[in-house]
Design a protein around this ligand. Structure first.
Ligand code: ZN
Length: 294
């Protein structure tokens, strides 16, 4: 009898807890991915009943100003932007394990790429919200960001990057050097590098958005010779406006597969896997590597 009573009381207590504090049980699991990807950053979370969303106070080491963002299904928006959710994607998106072969693309996928890359869409369409990254990298303005930019080298080439990626990039370099000692393809790749270009404060061509080069967390690796291949969708589009997205993989310049995997193992995504392919481009997004289970 007593046991039954205790059980009934417990059930009632748990039920009312769930009712009164549903958020206790529904913290978005993707938020954990961000915490894992940026372990030195403190995420102070609180459920905002009025907004019916998680309110997150971000404390980034070395940055005095703490930022408050709302989860907004992975968009991480400041309060003022919560009315404009259609303008933003989630910062967590699908990044494939395997490179998509244009030969396997459906008509629908081709059409989508064509529309997505149209000038009107790139200017007015939705895009990656930068608020979370601006908080992490202190990049809301050029004046704030530039003290965080460091000059380093990558495989012998000078490159300017954000201080937060100096170490991951140097681990990538070490792994590539080890790989080059045993793999002629990787050795050819390293010998063939013309330049490594990182930080550059600029707005993405044909959009109103800052590029991740503006944060110093993207690096373009340009080879001395392209061997007659294409390296960037936009340059290919200039030559072939209707069929650039079908450029066969064999006609695109690519770093060796093991180099791409080394970058991914240290938290970088490769632009060659995007529909809007940018085969010279690597970008530091440890959250995407974790989110996609790579
Ligand atoms: Zn780039």
């Amino acid at each position: 009898m007593l046991r039954k009573l205790i059980f009934a009381l417990l059930t009632f207590a748990c039920g009312s807890l769930t009712f009164a504090f549903p958020f206790l049980f529904f913290e978005p699991p993707e938020l954990r991915i961000l915490e894992k990807a940026y372990p030195d950053i403190v995420f102070e979370k609180e459920f905002d009943k009025e907004k019916n969303d998680w309110k997150i106070l971000l404390k980034v080491p070395g940055i005095k100003e703490n930022k408050i963002l709302y989860w907004s299904e992975g968009r991480l928006l400041p309060e003022a932007e919560l009315k404009n959710t259609e303008k933003y994607w989630s910062i967590l998106y699908s990044y494939p394990k395997k490179l998509l072969d244009p030969a396997d693309m459906t008509e629908e996928q081709k059409e989508k790429l064509k529309n997505f890359s149209s000038r009107g869409n790139r200017r007015n369409g939705a895009g990656t919200p930068m608020f979370f990254f601006d908080a992490v990298y202190d990049s809301s303005s050029r004046a704030k960001l530039e003290p965080h930019i460091r000059r380093t080298t990558f495989l012998g080439k000078p490159v300017n990057v954000h201080e937060r990626i100096v170490e991951p990039l140097s681990r990538v370099e070490q792994k590539i050097k080890v790989s080059a000692a045993a793999d002629a393809g990787v050795k050819d790749f390293t010998d063939g590098i013309k330049s490594a270009d990182g930080y550059l404060w600029r707005i993405i061509d044909g959009t109103n958005r800052k590029s991740f080069h503006s944060l110093g967390i993207a690096v373009d690796i340009l080879p001395k010779r392209l061997g007659g291949k294409e390296i960037f969708w936009s340059w290919a589009r200039d030559k072939n406006p209707k069929g650039w997205m079908l450029t066969p993989l064999s006609k695109r310049w690519m770093p060796p597969q093991s180099v791409i995997e080394i970058f991914e193992s240290e938290g970088f995504v490769w632009g060659g896997k995007w529909g809007i392919w940018d085969n010279m481009h690597f970008e530091y997004h440890p959250e995407l590597i974790l989110f996609n289970g790579l």
